[in-house]
Design a protein around this ligand. Structure first.
Ligand code: UD1
Length: 373
């Protein structure tokens, strides 16, 4: 059945890939996007399909929302500012766009009596804070608090068992792990998730919050110094510069290809089992940041070794990767793209782009606010 779909933030990296997936499945796609200059310095991106109906406007503007919602069956709410580090000093903008924008969207759905079948909101693994851990000495599960600034300043990167002091090992993180907020970005993402779920329960609208892990792929915004680490590292390598690795590079993340993210979103739209649920979407396969730098160098045939800076970035957690049990059960989701395939695709695309290197800009901004050392 063909549906009329609105993607807020649909001109961005993830939203535009979803638009392609939905168009390919025969749906009609409208995009509401502010075309923020940090992400889109040259206006509408060339990669956006001509079959998308593009509306340029802010998700906080009730008039834009009214028009954007007209005749729509399904909304994917992806409009958001996405940099964890940047959220620590652009507090007002992050809370306004992410939390405030979601409030406006829900208000507009209500005020315009939009007859939606489904709302899917992009949440984030960042709302967990640290992931789940295990102490091998005590043979016990652990869920330690986030590291203090004093620990980070002292270079104490690892989390240790509160009983015996052994370095804790990461374990898959499931959706029941209590949220521990460590950045304004994470706070705004939890707001987005909870606001949409409250709205769904109150008004009988099927809502699914997908907690995305670290998404990477073609179309990551190279103009944005806070784009994901994979694109930052590849851009550095293409410019003959070494990737700058925070901490000791052993911090683990769950990198998931944007193609798997598209599949998960389409499954969430189709499957009523996902209604009212929060669901992790990742690869379930953790890799260290140092490994990411090495894999990308391999894909680009570069011999440049990463530089381990032993600096920290405020708001960062040590390890987190997805437990996908719920995604498998409710969505029938299984990641298909291996890291080798996905990073090679990213590297091949980047080598054809004007690969800007904005890492120094990010570092300057963070240090101006004392958010790295
Ligand atoms: C990313 C997403 C966020 C998403 C979250 C979910 C972006 C911009 N942010 O945040 O929207 O909700 O994943 O998991 O995509 N690092 C370096 N050197 C650098 C840059 C980063 O070592 O030059 C390190 C960081 O310290 C961190 C790791 O790489 O340990 C990942 O950083 P980043 O790609 O910014 O992702 P998240 O902060 O996890």
């Amino acid at each position: 059945m063909s549906r009329r779909i609105l993607i807020s933030g649909g001109a961005g990296f993830v939203g535009s890939h979803l638009a392609d997936g939905l168009l390919g499945a025969g749906h009609e796609v409208r995009v509401l996007d502010a075309l923020n200059t940090q992400v889109h310095p040259n206006g509408p991106p060339a990669y956006l399909s001509p079959d998308v109906e593009l509306m340029t406007g802010d998700v906080r503007d009730p008039n834009c929302l009214k028009q954007a919602l007209r005749g729509v069956d399904v909304v994917f709410h992806f409009a958001a500012c996405v940099g964890v580090g940047q959220s620590m000093y652009e507090i007002s903008r992050y809370m306004s766009v992410n939390t405030g924008g979601t409030a406006e969207l829900l208000q507009a759905i209500l005020d315009n009596k939009s007859a939606l079948d489904k709302l899917i909101v992009a949440s984030s693994m960042s709302i967990y804070g640290e992931g789940r851990y295990y102490c091998s000495a005590c043979d016990k599960a652990a869920a330690p608090p986030v590291r203090t600034t004093a620990q980070l300043k002292a270079g104490q990167w690892d989390l240790r068992c509160e009983h015996c002091g052994t370095v804790l090992e990461p374990r898959p993180t499931d959706e029941s792990k209590p949220s521990e907020i460590n950045s304004f970005y994470a706070l705004s993402k939890r707001d987005q998730e909870e606001m949409c779920l409250i709205f769904g329960r109150t008004y009988g609208l099927p809502v699914t919050a997908l907690r995305f892990f670290n998404i990477y792929g073609t179309r990551q915004a190279l103009s944005n110094p806070y784009t994901g680490v994979a694109a930052i590292f590849a851009s550095r390598l293409l410019n003959g510069q070494a990737p700058l690795v925070f901490e000791d590079g052993e911090q683990m993340r769950d990198f998931v290809s944007v193609h798997d993210i598209v599949r998960a979103n389409m499954l969430a739209m189709e499957r009523p089992e996902s209604d009212g649920e929060v669901i992790n979407i990742g690869s379930g396969n953790p890799v260290s940041i140092l490994q990411v730098a090495q894999m990308l160098a391999g894909s680009l045939n570069s011999s440049i070794a990463p530089v381990v800076t032993r600096k920290y970035r405020a708001g960062d957690i040590r390890h987190c990767y997805a437990d996908l049990t719920k995604a498998r059960a409710l969505l029938g989701y299984a990641p298909k793209v291996t890291h080798e395939e996905g990073f090679s695709e990213l590297a091949a695309w980047l080598s054809k782009q004007q690969a800007e290197d904005r890492a120094e800009t990010m570092l300057k901004e963070l240090s101006a606010y004392g958010l790295t050392a």
